[in-house]
Write a protein that binds this ligand. Structure first.
Ligand SMILES: Cc1ncc(COP(=O)(O)O)c(C=O)c1O
Length: 478
């Protein structure tokens, strides 16, 4: 690393300069890996990493045995915007979700189906050491029930993290939960009754769709723009047509598209919801895994009490197995605490204690920094493989953080059929149908790059691209 910059970023800058000075023009061959490595006094793998990055962005492409070339035109290959739903819908997705869970949790060579960024780089040694030290310090106290709404020192650490983002919060507004999933469930129960309408992202995280089904709510799907989150114009229109009680979305980094909502749109979203008496439930689980320079502020930052409930967890950043999450619920905390008590009494004391120490020691922030870089590298490798091995008309999201890419395939490809064929060949993925409360996204899939990248993953993506091409060819010949 040089001056806080990674060497491959320097290589990218050199290529950018060559393009802006028209030393390189569309269609031109880029310098060979060896030549550029020599000229810049860096290693060949460093240049390769930069070329991977540029290829992942579609700015350059490779030809077998000929090298890399500058793309002719700026490719617009982002997934398309879907249509606004005209009516809210009851949800019936649970059995499909169960089938997919069963498939993706098996043994596979290439596990692209599970969004677990921690497997890309876990901090297990540090966490194990802290666990041992906590057991030593606290002894049998660790075996007791903890405080109903969470361990004070963990809540203090969480409050301090918000303060660093410019958000001053009261400890009393934080309720520790069993992961973000329980936080979302409690948040929904705080503000809705069965039969109520909840606006959700489309495509959106299937755990929320499953919750809506279980709580007897109705979903109203609002399209997500691949660049900047929920489509506000569509939401505004939907609010004139339906009485919506809550809106759940991720404005930091959403799952599965990976887009980030700019600040001015966050503020417009909030004021639109406030004007219509709709509570915003923000799902911020991927917020800390940003690839952008700064972390997006939670919408809570702009809100007054009772306008926003923020749900978050350590599942995507430290340890999903600990099942520790929280809600920040100004104006709803008392109600949330009661639901939490009725549901599960309290959350694991020992896991909260370890996390509190982990945060206090600074190890969590050090780990986050490394994890973000690893995920960013993985993203580039995955995008590069998809561009290389998938049919040309494939559309791919450009996630600004997190660990998943959203892929729109040719209309003739059914994500469910592809799922079955891929699983049979040791490759897991998540079919697009799961990300809609209705029947949308049949021809889409989500792939996770939250894994320790190895050659077998490139092989898996190549194989997956071949399966997709075969399905398309077969449908053309019918
Ligand atoms: C967007 C989103 N929200 C919430 C959750 C649930 O998180 P947790 O494991 O903390 O319950 C997930 C997990 O996959 C997720 O992707």
């Amino acid at each position: 690393m040089q001056n806080g910059q990674f060497l491959y970023q320097h290589v990218i800058e050199v290529i950018n300069d060559m393009v802006s000075q028209q030393i390189l023009e569309p269609g031109d061959k880029l310098p060979s890996l060896r030549k550029l490595a020599q000229q810049l006094s860096v290693s060949i793998p460093t240049v390769k990493q930069a070329y991977y990055y540029l290829e992942g962005q579609g700015r350059i492409y490779s030809k077998e045995k000929s090298g890399y070339f500058l793309s002719e035109v700026e490719q617009t290959t982002l997934p398309r915007r879907c249509k606004l739903a005209t009516t809210p819908t009851e949800v019936n997705k649970q059995s499909l979700i169960e089938q997919v869970y069963e498939g993706i949790h098996g043994q596979h060579e290439a596990k692209f189906g599970i969004a677990n960024p921690v497997t890309a780089m876990s901090d297990e040694a540090v966490l194990a050491k802290m666990m041992r030290s906590v057991l030593k310090q606290a002894g049998d106290q660790m075996l007791q029930y903890g405080a109903m709404d969470g361990l004070l020192k963990l809540k203090q650490q969480i409050a301090q993290r918000y303060l660093r983002m410019g958000l001053s919060v009261s400890i009393d507004d934080i309720v520790i939960t069993n992961g973000a999933q329980e936080a979302l469930a409690i948040a929904l129960q705080c503000v809705t009754q069965p039969g109520d309408v909840v606006a959700i992202e489309s495509p959106g995280y299937f755990g929320i769709i499953e919750l809506i089904e279980n709580l007897g709510l109705r979903a109203l799907e609002i399209p997500v723009c691949p660049d900047d989150g929920l489509w506000l114009e569509d939401l505004a229109h939907a609010l004139t047509q339906h009485e919506v009680k809550a809106c759940i979305c991720s404005t930091s980094i959403n799952n599965p598209i990976g887009s980030v909502m700019p600040e001015h749109r966050q503020q417009s979203l909030l004021s639109m919801l406030v004007d219509n008496n709709v509570t915003l439930i923000e799902d911020d689980v991927y917020g800390d895994l940003h690839f952008t320079k700064h972390r997006a502020k939670p919408i809570q930052y702009y809100a007054q009490p009772r306008q926003v409930i923020t749900c978050d967890s350590f599942s995507k950043t430290a340890a999903p197995s600990y099942r520790i999450g929280w809600m920040l619920a100004p104006g709803y905390a008392q109600r949330a605490r009661r639901f939490k008590r009725a549901l599960s009494c309290s959350s694991s004391l020992i896991n909260q204690w370890v996390l509190a120490d982990y945060l206090t020691s600074g190890a969590y922030d050090r780990h986050l920094k490394k994890l973000r870089l690893r995920l960013q590298e993985n993203k580039q490798k995955m995008l590069c493989c998809i561009r290389r091995y998938f049919p040309e008309n494939t559309r791919i999201s450009d996630p600004q953080g997190g660990c998943v890419v959203w892929i729109e395939l040719d209309k003739s490809v059914d994500g469910g059929e592809l799922f079955n064929l891929a699983i049979a060949q040791g490759i897991s993925l998540t079919p697009g149908q799961l990300f809609s409360a209705t029947e949308r996204f049949q021809h889409c899939i989500r792939l996770s790059f939250g894994l320790p990248w190895q050659d077998k993953h490139e092989v898996g993506l190549k194989r997956l691209g071949e399966i997709v091409s075969t399905i398309i060819k077969m449908s053309e010949s019918k």
